[in-house]
Unconditional design. Structure first.
Lengths: 613, 410
């Protein structure tokens, strides 16, 4: 038999060894390639198999008032997500979770899209789950193995509705923003500013999200600690310190005529900083702190009182009498009047021009007045004549140059630009006729096609309180200051205007009863026509400071349909200024502040001296 | 009674086998260490260890039997085991992941895979058949009997269906006829229908192959009778013709395994999942591995069948290239020892050793190859290391027969 032939058997054995060596050697080479040459690729893939990145939302910065009181800070909320796994098992989890947790339509659609795209990130079902829902889900933890419940910072607004229009609101980042350059690298679920300071200073407040990883098994179940391990720490957002005085805001809220809408703006004379920017009606921003509640949003946006509307910076009203100061300034600067001049026609309750009678607010007339007297009594007839001397075109040109057609540049979104005809073409465009010279009479007393925001009126008082210029009002203490407003006016003429304003709260002035014991109020009332058949809007603007000292605060109030400026807005402004300045000067605060209140409770009013005319 | 125990005389062979088996128990232990507790898998290493102990007892007992007895018993055992295989098709049950197949027989709480015994018994019968021929197979007709001998249990195994074991039978057949002295040309002609089957997916490639075959047959005309040449051609044509129906008759998962093998990037979440995860496990092990029991792919359930068919992926992940190459080296050493023993023994013993070598080598190449994607995924255990009592026991029975033969040859 051939097998027994020794030589041939040796050859076969050798060949068999060669076959064994080459087959096993080939395998060793294949393993060398995978385990030595390409080990790092496979290593990465093993990591991405077992590790799921979780975004750690950064706490947003705190927004504080001038005393350090928080307007916006963070508390603990809960988010619910499901970890990425096969679409089927994720759909199963999603449907089970919905039995315990309400998921909005938009979020559901987004979740389904992410499941379809096999996103490796956990899919967020709620960024603000209620404690009850979280407890219910955790109790059934074994039924929801892929469920991830995390605590996350949740926005809280301790100032509530008082601060709502300033701090604004936050919301979850939307699809459009996720795709934009501004939010590059952002993950779904990031909370971003939607309005107010939250929007304006988003880049400071946001912070940087961190990343951590949890280990999952092949079915996407978290293995081991849910806390995972961190790779990148989250960076909390920066804090913001505002000029705002929250105590003052709350005081204004307390004294604002109940049931009426409007705004109160208080500016610091020295810096132009916004001490108060109160608008009412308002809303509780805490309802938007997590997810915007669709129901709540609908309720607010359909509320006839329109609480989402910031009446301090977005609403515009005919400015009325405060505009007379502009007329006076232009008259002085153009040299058409002199402070001591009296107008040729004395006020007898009206003025005849262009074939009609232009009325003064006081039917009895004011008689013959100089500039200070005209301001003190807010005499229309005096300003009609100043306006005619200035002329329509010159008036339009000068007022526009002052900045009444623009915005103040406050560091809040949504500020409306003032309305003031930019030239005669305005009438052509709006009404289809060229304006007659008589239009200037309306403009001179703040009527006609003029509308300004309370903030703009405040800025204009600020310019009068200062040297004729005013910086743009700023909420953030470190906001870059830019010039917002400028009168081309001499200091003497400004002082003449201030002298007139001083008279307003002296005996015989329109706001005498709103004068204060400790502080000097330089104010101007305004009663602007509103809708036909409704009460007028009530204005008062004032520059207030210690007697004999430089002015420290400018306060402007507008009360919608409030009626007369001297009755409603003036006490509001005086009480606001008094509250703030008492605090600044160490005088004990008191609820009895204005002369009217002193009279009512029978206090000594010796300080309210009659004007030395 | 002397102290000349055969398994001690051939201690290098026995020790190498024992080392592989102990390594296997350790890897089965590691396969059970997971982050997701699975009590049934945590303890199976104990069962494997118990079977190993029992196997060694069997080795000691069997090695007292005279080697001749195995030769006498070869054919009766073959008939018996083939009958049991046939019975298995009727009363057999599945087990574990192979739930749907009929490959186990349960008796009194024990379950056993008759196919494993059939491999050893068929190897004995094959050795006996080939050793009984005065000359080595010189013509194809000399191969008909051995082929038929193997084809019977092979067909029964395919019907279970267990394609992995079927491959092992083919490996056994070719190793044995090679050692019997068959020329490599004849072996290739015998294997040629297999190539035709594989190449038939492309008609032009297949046609070229048939032409090549005809040319080769012409050049080797003195080795084959004309009838044989014609038979080879007909077999090849038939293989090409049945390829499509055969493909259609495959189960979907079997087709997927072949499709994934051909394009390993496809369907990573579905059909390609097992292979991808195995490659990730092996590749991420790197040079030194993640450490014994510390493989993340294994711990977190990414690896399929980690204690049986894919245990080599656990070796790769936890012990790295060092572990995989040393394991393959150990297998190489074992096979070299077997070749050395076959060289010095009588034809029956040598043929039996080669038949077993062919079986084990097929298991190692296919199992290790599939974990890295060079062979399509086939349900086939890694000898001595994968969890499975029948294989282990029968491997030691084969070892016992080998050392007994080596003793009695003296």
């Amino acid at each position: 038999m051939r097998v027994s032939q020794h030589h041939k058997r040796n050859i076969r054995a050798r060949r068999a060894r060669i076959v064994v060596v080459s087959l096993l050697g080939l395998l060793v080479m294949v393993f060398f390639r995978a385990q030595v040459y390409r080990a790092s690729d496979w290593g990465l893939q093993a990591d991405s198999n077992r590790l799921r990145p979780l975004t750690l939302p950064p706490p947003r910065g705190t927004i504080r008032d001038r005393a350090g009181r928080p307007l916006a800070d963070n508390t603990t909320g809960y988010s619910v997500s499901i970890l990425s796994a096969s679409p089927d098992s994720m759909m199963f989890s999603l449907n089970r979770v919905r039995e315990h947790l309400e998921i909005g339509d938009r979020r559901l659609a987004s979740a389904l899209r992410q499941i379809e795209n096999r996103s490796p990130r956990p899919i967020l079902l709620s960024v603000d789950a209620s404690f009850d829902a979280v407890a219910a889900l955790e109790e059934r933890g074994s039924v929801f193995p892929r469920l991830l419940i995390e605590t996350r910072p949740k926005r809280r607004y301790p100032a509530g509705e008082v601060g709502a229009h300033i701090v604004g609101s936050v919301g979850e980042i939307n699809q459009q923003e996720l795709e934009s350059e501004q939010f590059e690298g952002a993950q779904p679920g990031l909370i971003v500013g939607r309005s107010g300071i939250e929007w304006q200073y988003e880049s400071i407040l946001r912070g940087q999200p961190g990343v951590r990883y949890v280990e999952v098994d092949a079915s996407g179940r978290i293995v081991g600690s849910h806390r995972g391990f961190r790779r990148v720490e989250e960076q909390p957002g920066g804090d913001l310190d505002l000029h705002l005085d929250l105590d003052l805001m709350e005081w204004i809220h307390h004294i604002f005529p109940e049931g009426l809408g409007g705004a109160v703006v208080a500016l610091d004379v020295e810096t132009g900083g916004v001490l108060a920017l109160y608008a009412t009606p308002s809303y509780d921003p805490n309802v938007f702190a997590g997810v915007v509640d669709q129901e709540e949003w609908r309720r607010l946006s359909q509320d006839p009182a329109n609480p989402l509307f910031n009446r301090a910076i977005t609403a515009k009203y005919p400015p009325g009498s405060p505009m007379k100061l502009v007329t006076a300034l232009i008259g002085l600067e153009t040299g058409v009047i002199h402070p001591t001049d009296r107008m040729s026609v004395a006020c007898n309750g009206g003025y005849n021009y262009g074939g009609r009678r232009w009325r003064c607010w006081d039917e009895d007339g004011h008689g013959s007045l100089d500039l200070a007297g005209a301001i003190k009594h807010s005499c229309n007839v005096y300003f009609y004549q100043v306006a005619l001397r200035i002329g329509l075109l010159r008036m339009l040109d000068r007022v526009n140059r002052m900045g009444f057609g623009g915005t103040c540049g406050v560091d809040l979104p949504g500020e409306a630009a003032g309305t003031y005809p930019e030239g005669p073409e305005y009438w052509v465009r709006r009404y289809g006729y060229r304006p007659r010279e008589g239009e200037v009479l309306n403009l001179a007393i703040g009527q006609g096609p003029i509308a300004q925001t309370p903030l703009m009126v405040a800025q204009y008082f600020l310019a009068i309180a200062r040297d004729g210029s005013a910086p743009s009002p700023a909420l953030y203490r470190d906001a870059p200051t830019t010039e917002g407003f400028r009168f081309e006016v001499s200091q003497e003429n400004l002082e003449v205007i201030r002298e007139g304003l001083r008279g307003v709260t002296q005996a015989g002035g329109t706001a005498y009863l709103s004068s204060l014991e400790h502080f000097e109020v330089l104010g101007k009332t305004g009663t602007a026509q509103s809708v036909e058949g409704s009460p007028n809007h009530s204005w008062f603007g004032a520059i207030v400071g210690p007697r004999g000292g430089p002015p420290e605060i400018v306060v402007v109030a507008l009360v919608q349909f409030g009626g007369s400026g001297s009755q409603v807005a003036a006490p509001l402004v005086s009480k606001t200024a008094d509250f703030y300045l008492r605090g600044q000067h160490g005088i004990p605060r008191d609820t009895i502040q204005t002369l009217r209140e002193y009279f009512q409770v029978g206090r000594n009013t010796a300080w309210a001296l009659p004007a030395n005319e | 009674m002397t102290l000349d125990l055969p398994w001690i005389r051939h201690w290098r062979f026995t020790a190498c086998l024992l080392l592989l088996c102990l390594f296997g128990v350790a890897m089965i232990y590691s396969a059970g260490v997971k982050n997701i507790p699975s009590p049934s898998l945590e303890r199976i290493w104990i069962r494997q260890a118990v079977v190993l102990l029992g196997s060694i007892v069997v080795l000691i007992v069997l090695s007292r039997i005279p080697a001749r007895w195995f030769e006498w018993m070869a054919m009766p055992l073959y008939i018996m085991s083939t009958a049991v295989l046939a019975v298995t098709l009727v009363v057999g049950t599945g087990s574990g992941a192979a739930e749907g197949v009929r490959s186990f027989i349960r008796i009194a709480g024990f379950q056993f895979q008759p196919a494993e015994a059939a491999k050893v018994v068929t190897a004995l019968a094959l050795a006996k058949l080939l050793a009984g021929q005065r000359e080595g197979p010189a013509y194809l007709r000399d191969l008909v009997k051995p082929m038929a001998l193997v084809a019977l249990p092979l067909a029964l195994v395919v019907l279970q269906p267990d394609l992995g074991t079927a491959l092992a039978f083919i490996g056994m057949l070719f190793a044995a006829i090679y050692w019997a002295g068959t020329s490599w040309q004849l072996i290739l002609f015998a294997a040629s229908p297999g190539f035709a089957l594989i190449l038939s997916f492309d008609t032009r490639l297949w046609s070229a192959y048939i032409i090549l075959l005809v040319v080769a047959l012409y050049l080797n005309r003195y080795r084959l009778y004309l009838v044989e040449s014609l038979s080879v051609i007909i077999a090849n044509l038939a293989a090409g013709a049945i390829a499509q129906p055969l493909w259609n008759s495959l189960a979907q998962y079997q087709r997927n395994r072949i499709l994934v093998f051909l394009d390993q990037e496809i369907d990573p979440q579905g059909a390609g999942w097992q292979l991808l995860q195995s490659k990730v496990a092996v590749g991420s092990g790197g040079v030194l591995g993640k450490g014994f029991t510390l493989g993340t792919q294994k711990r977190l359930n990414f690896l399929p069948e980690q204690h049986t068919d894919f245990i080599f992926s656990v070796v790769g992940e936890e012990l790295g290239f060092l572990g995989t190459s040393l394991t393959l080296l150990l297998f190489g050493y074992l096979f070299f020892r077997m070749i050395r023993m076959a060289e010095g023994l009588d034809p029956f013993a040598g043929l039996f050793i080669f038949a077993i070598l062919g079986t084990w080598l097929t298991h190692v190449i296919v199992n290790v190859g599939m974990t890295i994607g060079v062979v399509p995924i086939t349900g086939i255990p890694l000898p001595f290391i994968s969890y499975g009592g029948s294989f282990l026991l029968m491997a030691w029975v084969a070892a016992a027969i080998i050392v007994t033969m080596a003793r009695d040859a003296r």
